[in-house]
Write a protein that binds this ligand. Structure first.
Ligand SMILES: [Ca+2]
Ligand SMILES: [Ca+2]
Length: 85
């Protein structure tokens, strides 16, 4: 069966490609986003919606929003210190 053989080759090459690539995704997600990067509309504040673009930021949002107005100012954002390993 030619079809079966081809599927086998694709599966094997797929595994080889995955193994050859270094793990970079975890490294990228550990990088803290900048205030400017999160402030999508550049109004000087980060809303929950803007923070949701970054999983870690979204989780930290409630803690960082010191005055609980639903927005992060640069001063509030400055308290954000993601765990570094
Ligand atoms: Ca904004
Ligand atoms: Ca706030």
């Amino acid at each position: 069966m030619i079809r079966t053989t081809m599927l086998g080759v694709i599966a094997i090459s797929g595994i080889a490609t995955t193994a050859a690539q270094p793990v970079q995704l975890a490294q990228a997600s550990a990088t803290a986003p900048s205030f400017a990067a999160l402030d999508a509309n550049h109004d000087g504040k980060i809303t929950v919606h803007e923070a949701s673009a970054n999983d870690e930021m979204f989780v930290a949002f409630k803690t960082l929003d010191a005055n609980r107005d639903g927005e992060l100012t640069p001063a509030e954002f400055a308290a954000y210190a993601p765990a570094k390993k």
